[in-house]
Design a binder for this molecule. Structure first.
Ligand code: B12
Ligand code: SF4
Ligand code: SF4
Length: 346
């Protein structure tokens, strides 16, 4: 057992569910990561290739870096009251909130502030997906969970619907080496079987170029149409490989948002009006409505692309005229054409 950190009370009071720390070593899954890049599973996310060297050795962050604290924070949408402008479009649970790159970073900085007062001459750097760190690998090393077949970090009691943050520091705390948590996936293959686009390969590997999350959040281009036809009603991100996971069922059985994320998208007037808003509003209006949320990562063009794909897949015929307006759009005309071809009166 490792001793608790002197700041454990603060960490838990800020809403983190669990944490761990250790002296910095090489990432355990380094070879896996290099192979992933060599196989081009990162698609257009070229920064993942460019950052290879920094990720290999955290001393590239700072020469004195000696320890890493990994922290898990449950998605706030599942645990707190939250405001989010769309309640009908299928948006990944983590994103139905303000952008975690800001609020989680603020919480991490509070911990850093406290640590700095205790260790004034030491180095500290906090990050949540904002610095080239293999977050899942270090969190695995720090016993926050095991790496599931869906490649997510899963904790036997807390599931996987949490975000990761890290603090790299020159401080070292006494700790005994403990083994990472065992892999509890066993013979289960639910995530692999139920991924709509077969993006999950053997060996805990995701091919981003097939993943709905990649195409609806990260990519600046349009997905191949035969792949887009498999995106169902997902507008921004995808939670399927986590909502089907047995290790999340018990934890979230009372959350109506979790149950909704698990169910097919309901097509009704509310959904239609949210999609109409996306297609008929200017980029400025959309970005104003979604200000401070992670959805603006896709940009207005990306969100319009996503809306056209949802309309095609769910055959939302009442939006035919709104779709037609995109037939001359320089970047979206192919998707609009395909979408129109999919619409028919039922
Ligand atoms: C690029 C990226 C993506 C890409 C690629 C995802 C992927 N699986 O590779 C895309 C856009 C598809 C994506 C999607 C999502 N992402 Co993302 N993503 C990242 C990012 C920025 C880098 C991940 C990366 O380097 N991928 C390359 C692969 C090879 O590395 P990896 O995912 O870290 O996987 C490691 C393990 O699988 C490990 N591994 C495999 N086998 C073994 C065996 C052993 C023994 C060990 C030790 C390790 C190990 O090796 C890999 C590293 O080499 C991280 C943040 C970060 N800086 O780490 C967030 C991150 C992984 N994403 C996150 C989230 C929440 C998501 C989504 C759920 C969002 C959504 N709802 O749409 C989905 C989930 C899809 C999925 N099943 O992974 C969280 C995951 C939290 C968790 N509990 O695991 C992270 C950590 C962000 C954060 N700070 O919270 N993401
Ligand atoms: S996020 Fe969705 S598309 Fe991507 S691997 Fe998981 S289930 Fe498949
Ligand atoms: S769904 Fe099954 S195989 Fe996939 S991560 Fe969860 S336990 Fe592992």
């Amino acid at each position: 057992m490792k001793p608790n950190l002197p700041i454990e009370e603060l960490i838990l009071s800020l809403g983190f569910s669990h944490y761990g720390y250790s002296a910095i070593t090489s990432p355990l899954s380094w070879d896996h990561y290099v192979r992933w890049i060599e196989n081009n599973y990162h698609g257009e996310m070229d920064y993942l290739r460019r950052h290879l060297e920094i990720k290999r050795d955290l001393k590239h962050i700072h020469a004195t870096a000696a320890s890493i604290i990994s922290l898990a924070h449950p998605y706030r949408s599942l645990t707190e009251n939250h405001e989010f402008p769309f309640s009908n479009l299928k948006v990944a649970l983590y994103a139905q909130d303000k952008d975690y790159h800001h609020w989680l970073k603020e919480k991490l900085e509070k911990i850093v502030g406290h640590l700095k007062s205790q260790y004034p001459n030491d180095f500290f750097m906090s990050s949540t997906d904002s610095f080239p760190i293999l977050e899942r690998d270090f969190s695995y090393q720090n016993r926050l969970g095991w790496i599931g077949k869906n490649s997510c970090l899963i904790h036997p009691k807390k599931g996987s619907l949490f975000l990761l943050g890290n603090i790299v520091t020159s401080v070292t705390w006494p700790s005994e080496k403990s083994d990472p948590l065992p892999d509890f996936c066993g013979t289960c293959t639910r995530c692999i079987d139920q991924c709509p686009t077969s993006a999950i390969h053997d060996n805990k590997t995701i091919d981003s170029k097939k993943c709905i999350s990649y195409w609806t959040i990260e990519s600046k281009t349009n997905p191949p149409l035969e792949l887009a036809a498999q995106f169902r009603g997902h507008f921004f991100g995808c939670d399927i490989c986590q909502t089907v996971c047995p290790w999340n069922q018990k934890v979230f059985k009372n959350s109506s948002l979790f149950q909704k994320a698990h169910a097919p998208t309901a097509v009704d007037e509310n959904l239609i009006s949210e999609l109409r808003f996306i297609l008929t509003s200017s980029g400025k209006q959309i970005l104003k409505t979604l200000k401070d949320t992670a959805l603006i990562r896709s940009g207005a063009r990306g969100l319009k692309r996503n809306a056209l794909i949802v309309i095609a897949n769910l055959n939302i015929y009442p939006l035919t005229n709104e779709v037609r307006a995109y037939l001359e759009h320089p970047e979206l005309k192919d998707i609009a054409q395909w979408c129109l071809a999919n619409l028919h009166q039922s």
